[in-house]
Structure formats: structure tokens, C-alpha cells
Design a protein around this ligand. Structure first.
Ligand SMILES: [Zn+2]
Ligand SMILES: [Zn+2]
Length: 208
């Protein structure tokens, strides 16, 4: 199994457990879910942490993965009765879209700072809305090159301002962001479904 495949499995399992429990996920819990020793997991999670692909707390437990985090931030995501945050606005729209769940996103326009609340019904944001999701072209670092500039904007005018300020990237509608997110988080949503059902073996066939 390639490094990238192991990394993806660990990120998806961490996402599933975070979503299901809304609590920090210890490496022991993650290792149990994946059938990997904590020692092996240390190297993987260390690599992911260094790359900004997971968040960990002071105890070393995973508190953020695949854009979903327990660390409060700019983009709040109320989902399944729990208060999460996300690394960017696209994460906040894309994650409930992939899960097909109702949620509420609360964030602020990247330009004027106006509070923007997006109700999500069974994974779908409202059809008629002026808000736009900024999708940066990204770069080597997911967090600084993609997520940090990935804000919600109150409308087309402030999307143009943001594009001029941070570009390159594109402003897309909430519905388009949901459609892209449903695909992007599909594997993570499957891992979440397994974690939510209490099936501890996320990837029994991998033999890691
Ligand atoms: Zn604005
Ligand atoms: Zn993001």
C-alpha cells in the first residue's frame, strides 16, 4: 500500500470518528478503528500534522481532519447536534453535502465582515442566495494556499474585491460548492457512516 493511500485512510477514519463523537480522537482510538498499531500511526499522523492535513491538541489527539475541526474558527458548522468548525467555507458547505445532512453554517464575508448564516437542508444550501464560495486555485500547502483564502462572500461585488485581493481562484454558488463537495468528501462520508454505525473496522482489508 502506498503512503498516499495510508494517509487517505487515516484522514478519512479520523474524520469519521470526529464526526461521530464530536470529541478529540486519540491515536489509540484511531489505531483500533483502522487495525494499525499506535507506533505505526505516529509516523503517519506526524506526517499529516506537519502538512496541515490534520489538527492535533496538546495531548496529541486528532481534533481536525478533512476540513472538519473541533478547534473554533472563522467558519462554524452546527451538524448533528454538535458544534464544529471548518478550515474554509468550501469545507463548511461540502461536508454536509456529502453527508446529506442538515446543518447550519455561520461565517463572515471575507471583505465586509458581515455575518452570513447558511441553513443546509439534507445537504443542500438554499437555491436562491447571493452568497458565493471562494474556491482558490491552491498551491503546495492546503491550509495556507487553499483553506485560508477560502471564505464565503456576501455577493458578486465582494467576490470581485476578494479575487483582486487574493486570487487566483473562482467564486461559485452555494449549490455548486455543495455539488463539488458531495464528490470530494464521498470517501470521508463513507468512513463517517461506518464510524456512526459503531463498526470499528474502517478498513479491514488493508492489513496495515
Ligand atoms: Zn461582503
Ligand atoms: Zn478547506
Amino acid at each position: 500500500m502506498r503512503v498516499t493511500e495510508v494517509d487517505a485512510l487515516v484522514r478519512e477514519a479520523a474524520f469519521g470518528l470526529l464526526l461521530a463523537r464530536a470529541r478529540p480522537v486519540s491515536l489509540a482510538q484511531l489505531g483500533e478503528a483502522l487495525g494499525i498499531s499506535v507506533e505505526s500511526l505516529e509516523a503517519v499522523v506526524g506526517r499529516l500534522t506537519a502538512g496541515g492535513l490534520v489538527d492535533r491538541d496538546a495531548s496529541g489527539a486528532v481534533v481536525g481532519a478533512q476540513g472538519l475541526t473541533l478547534v473554533p474558527g472563522r467558519h462554524a458548522l452546527a451538524l448533528g447536534g454538535a458544534a464544529f468548525a471548518t478550515w474554509c467555507a468550501y469545507d463548511a458547505i461540502g461536508i454536509p453535502a456529502a453527508l446529506g445532512e442538515s446543518a447550519r453554517v455561520t461565517t463572515h464575508c471575507g471583505v465586509c465582515g458581515k455575518e452570513l448564516m447558511v441553513p443546509i437542508d439534507a445537504g443542500q444550501p438554499p437555491l436562491a442566495s447571493t452568497e458565493l464560495v471562494w474556491l482558490p486555485d491552491g498551491g503546495e500547502n492546503l491550509r495556507t494556499d487553499f483553506c485560508d483564502p477560502g471564505v464565503l462572500l456576501c455577493g458578486a461585488e465582494h467576490a470581485r474585491t476578494w479575487a483582486a485581493r487574493t486570487g487566483p481562484g473562482r467564486a461559485i454558488s452555494l449549490r455548486d460548492a455543495a455539488a463539488l463537495g458531495a464528490v470530494a468528501w464521498a470517501d470521508a462520508a463513507l468512513a463517517a457512516a461506518r464510524a456512526g454505525r459503531g463498526d470499528a473496522s474502517v478498513a479491514p482489508e488493508t492489513g496495515l
